[in-house]
Design a protein around this ligand. Structure first.
Ligand code: GDP
Ligand code: IMO
Ligand code: MG
Length: 433
């Protein structure tokens, strides 16, 4: 059995949660490696709907070891709320979950700082999820953050005071009206630490131990490659390494232990928040996709911007991540379209290009070059075999595989676990054996 990374090939919300939940049946452990409760991974099991934010989707399978890796940033209040919510739905989270002692802690003042930064006059807002994710990673990189190991240790108060003094200076400089009560936060966090302490361990040791015993680990990406701090549409990105490399730095499992890397992509594309979006459809058709795909953020409820499958973008994320296989989700959302546009190239400054520009100006200047493929106008939800899909849908998928240069190993055509086909003979099928 393989160790597999499953991650977003676009701007997030590709359906990673559904796929990880489905695959986790075959794995011993599922580990999150970056991000925080900015993620929202929706899983439907029969009538029940789960939205996982910090906790890996694998937790919904009894017996699967769920791990929050060192690359994740944790808001203890949000974590405990999520744990309690899942417990109420009958999931024995505390029996399954371990949290890295090297992950970083989010404090309420991280959210306050984010509000200042996003609301600053003359500053183009990123449209973040307002969860304090960016400022927490800033403290991590500036070497003044507080890690889980210290949060649950006896000298937490001392470390906290140093960080709080630093933030107090900023609060004073910005003449903050909604002042942060640092003492109250300390008392609250001491209480959170009591409940979280038993879940904390050296998760890199835990995961490597499982791998040494021949057990398999599934690495669950949050966000998507185009939101990665290095490879995304900077600065309109999140603050962590969402791409495949992040799975190693974010868990302490070495690259030579990874057997496969799988990208999840919608049959079209969406984005939440600001930033360039070459294949965005601002017409009534884009709205129809939003309606049919129920494209509203699972964390913030914001309407997602909708557009068409973007070949240069996918080729770029395939290269950055080394995808062995692609999973195409939400094929059913396109069922009623007569014609489906696919962005096959970019026109930038009057030239046709196939690569992803790095500069923000060039990114924003992209004019998409579209090819239009015939739609199938037949219901595909739940169709379980490739050859049972309408011919036009098969051709559409074939086109995506040929143009991106990556095999399509699986197609999802509905939110339920069983509305997913694994293509026989695919690399993905072998990786899951
Ligand atoms: P994630 O962040 O990548 O896990 O994705 P989200 O959960 O934020 O958004 C994906 C949404 O699409 C969820 O509401 C899923 O239940 C839903 N979904 C996933 N796959 C399919 C599919 O194949 N068809 C349809 N109609 N919905 C899907
Ligand atoms: P999942 O895991 C879609 C976006 C935000 C914003 C940018 C930065 O569900 O796919 P942040 O709060 O992270 O500093 O915001 O990133 N963003 C997401 N978009 N899906 C997500 O997660 C996202 N997490 C962050 O909308 O544009
Ligand atoms: Mg999501």
């Amino acid at each position: 059995m393989s160790n597999l990374i499953v991650l977003g090939a676009q701007w997030g919300d590709e359906g990673k949660g559904k796929i990880v939940d489905l695959f986790s049946e075959k794995f011993h452990a599922v580990a999150r490696y970056q991000g925080g409760h900015n993620a929202g991974h929706t899983v439907y099991i029969g009538e029940r709907k789960f939205v996982l934010k910090l906790i890996p989707s694998g937790v919904l399978r009894p017996g699967v070891q769920a791990v929050i890796g060192n690359g994740v940033v944790i808001d203890p209040k949000a974590l405990l709320e999520e744990i309690h919510g899942l417990e109420e739905m009958g999931v024995d989270v505390k029996a399954q979950l371990k949290i890295s002692n090297r992950a970083h802690i989010i404090f309420p003042f991280h959210r306050t700082l984010e509000k200042i930064s996003e609301g600053r006059e003359g500053h183009v807002a990123i449209g973040t999820t307002s969860r304090g994710i960016g400022p927490c990673y800033e403290d991590k990189v500036a070497r003044r953050g507080i890690r889980v190991a210290d949060f649950v240790d006896s000298d937490f108060a001392q470390l906290y005071r140093a960080l709080a003094e630093d933030k107090q200076l900023i609060a004073t400089a910005f003449k903050l009206t909604d002042r942060v009560d640092f003492k109250e936060i300390l008392e609250q966090y001491k209480q959170f630490a009591i409940e979280i302490r038993p879940l904390v361990c050296d998760t890199q040791h835990l995961l490597n131990g499982l791998i040494r015993e021949g057990k398999s680990v599934l690495f669950e990406g949050a966000q998507g490659t185009m939101l990665d701090i290095d490879f995304g549409t900077y600065p309109f990105v999140t603050s962590s390494s969402a791409a495949a490399g992040g799975a190693c730095t974010g868990t302490g499992v070495a690259p030579n232990k990874i057997d496969g890397i799988v990208g999840v992509s919608k049959a079209y594309i969406t984005r939440v928040g600001a930033g360039p979006f070459p294949s965005e459809d601002l017409t009534e058709l884009g709205e129809e996709i939003r309606r049919r795909g129920n494209e509203f953020g699972s964390v913030t409820g914001r309407p997602r911007r909708c557009g068409w499958f973007d070949v240069p973008l996918l080729r770029y994320t395939a290269e950055v991540n080394g995808f062995d296989s692609l999973i195409i989700t939400k094929l059913d959302v396109l069922d009623e379209l007569k014609e489906i546009p696919v962005c096959v190239a970019y026109e930038v400054d009057g030239k046709v290009v196939h690569e992803m520009p790095a500069s923000t100006r060039r990114m924003e200047a992209i004019k998409p070059v579209f090819e239009r493929l015939p739609g199938w106008q037949t219901k595909t939800q739940g169709v379980a075999q490739m050859d049972k899909l309408p011919k036009a849908a098969q051709n559409y998928l074939k086109f995506l595989a040929e143009r991106t240069g990556v095999e399509i190993g699986s197609v999802s055509n509905g939110p339920e676990r069983n509305e997913t086909m694994i293509i026989p003979g695919s690399k993905l099928e072998k990786l899951l054996q």
